[in-house]
Design a protein around this ligand. Structure first.
Ligand code: SF4
Length: 343
């Protein structure tokens, strides 16, 4: 392991992408980038990062913002709990820490939406604290470099990889070491068909020597996907439509949507029409093509049913709101519906 650090640093100096959050030690900006980049590709996350930094250049401005504005700025990125945590955490930093981002690993880790990976990233990038990051890229690099057969999604595996990442970091400068190993995983030791022929670690890489690169890292389980069937109702009359705020602890919490009926299983069209009529006492005039939307553990199968009238007021649900269709743009809505309205 002795020259692992020197080899990846050298590689990093020659290959690193110039990303805006790498040119700062401002913990607020680094935290923003890390939350945005959870479950988001760098290219897509970049625009959102720039939007947030421009609109909210300091944490107190984000803390004081209206939640609806934060969600609207986040629109399209998905996993909206991240945006809500972002906003809630900004408020905590503003109140409890007097707008000064906490600088100890323990306090950073205590922030909402911040797990051990994100806390290590902020602690090392912003405060030069010696905490090794372990994200998906790091798991892959270490599991191949040392040819580890222990599954990464078990608690024993997690502990083992954290210990190995810390050992590889050693007394080296943590910020650049962590950046380098993550970037190395993202660009060089990629999940499928890495180009081992040009890899600076090739001589020492145990998985390459043992021909196990494609089998590393090992996972013990595949998470089951839940299918959900959404039937949205687009009631439209004289330029007015009905929207509904999602208040349940579920996906898209606090976003707005068209009134929704959900079924556990796929149903025939006439069966759905019957259920819609039972609930709204009016018949739909048309239905959209099926819209599929994949989330990390859920597959949403949606259709939008059009009605030429609004249901009787007494059938309205508590969280329904009548708005002008042209005002819909002011409401944060799930990407799935955005796609539907964009045609
Ligand atoms: S030799 Fe191949 S598998 Fe090993 S670290 Fe390099 S790119 Fe990854």
């Amino acid at each position: 392991m002795t020259n692992f650090h020197l080899l990846i640093i050298e590689w990093y100096r020659q290959n690193a992408r110039n990303l805006p959050w790498r040119n700062t030690e401002n913990p607020y900006f680094i935290w923003l980038s890390e939350i945005i980049l959870q479950q988001t590709r760098v290219q897509q996350g970049m625009n959102y990062y720039l939007k947030f930094v421009n609109r909210f250049p300091t944490v107190d401005l984000l803390a004081d913002a209206d939640e609806q504005e934060v969600l609207a700025l986040w629109q399209g990125l998905g996993y909206y709990s991240r945006a809500r945590n972002l906003h809630a955490t900004a408020k905590i930093i503003s109140k409890q820490y007097n707008n000064v981002f906490p600088s100890s690993y323990k306090n950073i880790l205590s922030l909402k939406g911040v797990g051990s990976y994100t806390a290590s990233a902020i602690a090392s990038f912003a405060f030069d604290l010696s905490h090794a990051v372990v994200d998906g890229n790091v798991y892959r690099v270490i599991s191949r470099y040392l040819d580890i057969e222990v599954p990464i999604d078990t608690s024993a595996g997690k502990k083992m990889f954290e210990a190995l990442a810390a050992e590889l970091l050693g007394d080296n400068p943590p910020a650049i070491h962590n950046q380098a190993i993550m970037e190395f995983g993202a660009l060089q030791c990629v999940p499928v068909n890495p180009n081992c022929g040009i890899c600076p670690l090739a001589e020492q890489c145990l998985a390459l020597q043992r021909n196990t690169v494609a089998q590393r890292p090992i996972k013990s389980t595949k998470i089951k996907t839940r299918n959900r069937y959404f039937h949205f109702a687009l009631f439209e009359n004289a330029g007015k439509i009905i929207i509904q705020k999602r208040i349940e602890k579920d996906i898209w919490q606090h976003l707005f949507q068209l009134p929704l009926l959900e079924t556990e299983v796929a149903l025939e069209t006439d069966e759905i029409e019957r259920i819609l009529f039972e609930n709204y006492q009016i018949k739909p005039i048309s239905v959209s093509e099926p819209i599929k939307h994949i989330l990390s553990h859920q597959k949403i199968h949606a259709r939008v049913w059009k009605f030429e009238a609004l249901p009787d007021q007494k059938l309205f649900q508590e969280n329904w709101e009548v708005i002008s269709f042209s005002d819909l743009i002011d409401y944060p809505i799930p990407k799935l519906l955005d796609r539907y309205f964009q045609g």
